[in-house]
Design a protein around this ligand. Structure first.
Ligand SMILES: *Cc1c(COP(=O)(O)O)cnc(C)c1O
Length: 367
């Protein structure tokens, strides 16, 4: 089906950047620079200065960024990590590293409910793993105070939120490590998988450089049990081209979100994202509305050529096959039953925005 309004439009983004991207592709191919070459280093420097951190280390996905963080900070069997349950990535990283996720509920903005953290702390708690979802930061001042008081490590999952800020500081610059993804669904995307880790700890950064590359120091020495999880040089070259547009794209996403917020404000029974104001600078990697008849609303939009999604089918702890203990998480459960993601991407034009709004209005008029 040809969407009138696709969820995102990467072919259009490519057409807009074609000459720049193609010339980088040709350069990298002609040089044969594929593994840990200058473009990776340049991307890491670009991103470290953008985020305001000392070090960025490119890896091959956001999921690996989380897993390598869990390993590098020394999580092990018996350790508990407090996190949230809308998405599997952080939970999988914790379990795969041998530790135990301890799940708490989220607040109405889809992010960790800071008031639930302290009750979940036990003598075994080693870390808190907040997820900055949808391009919105968690309340990092509250979280930081709690972590400090109880001497806990913070690993930030900032995968979909490159450039989102709390009190003027980028997510990924608060914790011991910040984990990011450049998956095609994220606001800065590679042509396939990619990710990176941010940190202000030089020792940890050096550890990540070893871990991502089989523990290799100077070839062919192996200094630790490592993994094969490098950010490809060609992907880094692509990311360096798109990096120049990151702020411009964030501004357009914010503009679209404010149009949605304004035009959808009077619709009944629809809960809109909280506005980006005060302490929060949101970059709207997603724009998610809430409505009780979620399936009906999503199908209605899709039938009219609008590629809406239901992104959170149920809390991760309700998937029996994963063998995670059940946690009662009423807000998480409610959001899973109500959330519908609307198209939002920087290349979306005003006609497409109007079309989405018009159809939402019609849905409520007819329903
Ligand atoms: C996309 C995403 C990830 C995983 O990133 P990948 O690069 O796909 O592995 C992790 N956490 C969150 C919150 C994400 O949105």
């Amino acid at each position: 089906m040809e969407w009138k309004v696709p969820y995102i439009d990467l072919p259009l983004q490519y057409r807009n950047l074609k000459s720049e991207l193609n010339s980088e592709f040709e350069r990298v191919m002609n040089e044969g620079s594929f593994i840990l070459r200058d473009d990776v280093k340049k991307f890491e420097e670009n991103m470290a200065s953008f985020l305001g951190v000392k070090q960025v280390v490119g890896v091959n996905s956001g999921t690996d960024a989380l897993y390598l963080s869990a390993k590098a900070v020394g999580l092990k069997k018996g350790d508990e990590v407090i996190t949230v349950a809308l998405l599997p990535y952080a939970i999988f990283a914790i379990i795969n590293a041998g530790a135990t996720p301890c799940l708490i509920d989220i607040a109405e903005d889809f992010n960790m409910d800071m008031d639930k953290i302290e009750k979940a702390i036990t003598p075994r708690t080693k870390a808190i793993l907040p997820v900055h979802l949808n391009g919105r930061a968690c309340q990092m001042d509250k979280l930081g105070d709690i972590a400090k008081k109880h001497n806990l490590i913070i690993i930030e999952d900032a995968a979909p939120s490159i450039g989102a800020k709390f009190k003027g500081r980028c997510v990924g610059s608060f914790g011991t490590t910040g984990c990011f993804s450049t998956h095609p669904m994220k606001n800065l995307s590679s042509a396939g998988d990619g990710g990176f880790i941010s940190t202000n700890n030089e020792e940890l950064a050096a550890k990540f450089r070893l871990l991502r590359n089989l523990g290799k120091t100077t070839k062919p020495e192996f200094s630790c049990l490592g993994y094969s999880s490098r950010l490809d040089n060609l992907q880094a070259a692509i990311l360096n081209v798109k990096f120049k547009y990151l702020n411009e794209w964030a501004n357009r996403r914010r503009e679209i979100a404010s149009i949605y917020n304004e035009k959808l404000a009077n619709l009944p029974l629809i809960l809109l994202p909280e506005p980006s104001q005060g302490d929060f600078f949101d970059i709207y990697n997603s724009y998610i509305i809430r409505y009780s008849r979620q399936q009906e609303l999503c199908s209605y939009l899709r039938e009219r050529g609008i590629e809406a999604f239901i992104h959170f089918p149920k809390p991760v702890c309700e998937r029996k096959e994963l063998n995670i203990p059940y946690y009662s998480l009423p807000v998480t459960e409610k959001i899973c039953k109500e959330a519908v993601s609307l198209p939002i991407y920087p290349e979306m034009n005003d006609k497409q925005i109007d079309y989405v709004i018009k159809n939402l209005k019609e849905f409520f008029k007819n329903g």
